[in-house]
Design a protein around this ligand. Structure first.
Ligand code: HMG
Ligand code: MG
Length: 296
């Protein structure tokens, strides 16, 4: 049976864009339930400026409360050396640096040009190498940018290749504002996979236009075997106006089960976790699968 790895980003990408602050204990309970449903990689926070993203201000407390040497991997976002200091203080085993294929988004998101951001990551990577910390790389705006419009696939490939050359073990390709359709996602993937082996690429689709599942199916058929998703479809991006949540984890798992693919996740338990996650924000999950399986 083929397998797919799911990277759960709800506690980070999901909660970072919610207006309502979720308390630390509730975040920890959400993470516990996600792990109990079978997720083995759960992005648990971000060591970014609390002035820029207040929802992630308790990331140090979250990471300190988690069992970091167990079987579940808890990566965190790190934009610069200051974030890396906190990652080291928390004892994390994996971080993610996050760049963009668009200058406009890079400036708005991390207050740096693409070149400046890569120089910052160089320094972060040097520390990570010394400390034996694994690093994943994100490229945002791989299809469209909220400030610049369509992004050339060659530009995405260039930034992805730089991150790989720096030592990232995997590059996650972010359709940040969820405007991709399968043909555009595949055009982008074709360009990127000329420079980065497909086994080292992941798909990160937001679901603003309801196309994320179609894009994931197309990328799966093209050979991608790692996808990022967010429980109950929580999320968005504070620096990408109009971006809605990530594709819901339960939708991806349902698709994969239909394709005969094992993700190691118990779907009924995951659906209960989706209702718990959405409940923390006082609403029902937006995903069709969570609604359809509500009584499970
Ligand atoms: P800056 O203001 O340019 O930083 O922010 P600075 O170096 O000029 O420092 C200004 C202040 O911030 C100083 O404090 C620093 O100490 C502090 P002050 O002296 O004024 O009191 N500072 C920090 N504090 C905590 N943690 C840090 C840190 N660095 C500096 N790491 C910075 C630059 C990168 C920090 C800022 O722009 C930032 O935090 N941006 C984060 C944006 C973010 O988290 N965006 C969402 C995640 S990306 C995403 O969602 C996309 C993704 O999902 C993929 C996709 O969908 O495409 C990954
Ligand atoms: Mg995202």
């Amino acid at each position: 049976m083929p397998t797919v790895k799911i990277v759960e980003v709800g506690p980070r990408d999901g909660l970072q864009n919610e207006k309502q602050q979720v308390d630390t204990a509730s975040k920890l309970e959400l993470i516990r339930r996600l792990a109990a449903s079978g997720l083995t990689t759960i992005e648990a926070g971000a060591f970014v400026s609390p002035k820029w993203v207040p929802q992630m201000a308790d990331s140090l407390h979250i990471l300190q409360a988690l069992e970091l040497s167990g079987s579940v991997n808890y990566p965190v976002l790190v934009p610069n050396d200051k974030g890396m200091e906190q990652a080291l203080a928390a004892g994390v085993r994996e971080i993610a640096v996050f760049g963009a294929a668009s200058e406009g988004f890079s400036q708005k998101n991390i207050n740096a040009s693409i070149a400046e951001s890569l120089a910052r990551f160089d320094s972060v990577m040097a520390t990570a190498r010394r400390e034996g910390i694994r690093v994943r790389g994100y490229v945002s705006c791989v299809v469209d940018c909220p400030y610049e419009g369509p992004i050339a696939p060659a530009k995405v490939a260039e930034v992805a290749a730089r991150l790989l050359d720096m030592g990232c073990y995997e590059i996650s390709l972010g359709d940040t504002i969820g405007t991709a359709t399968p043909n555009r996602a595949l055009d982008m993937l074709e360009a990127v996979s000329k420079l980065v082996p497909i086994a080292q690429l992941a798909g990160h689709f937001h679901d603003t236009y309801g196309m994320a599942i179609s894009n994931i199916h197309a990328c799966f058929q093209a050979g991608i075997r790692t996808f990022d998703s967010s429980i109950a479809g929580l999320g968005g991006c504070p620096y990408a106006r109009g971006a809605s949540g990530n594709v819901a984890t339960e939708d991806v798992v349902y698709l994969m089960h239909g394709l005969g693919v094992d993700c190691g996740i118990d779907l009924p338990s995951l659906v209960q976790t989706a209702w718990f996650a959405a409940g923390l924000l006082g609403r029902a999950p937006t995903s069709k699968v969570a609604q359809a399986m509500a009584t499970v």
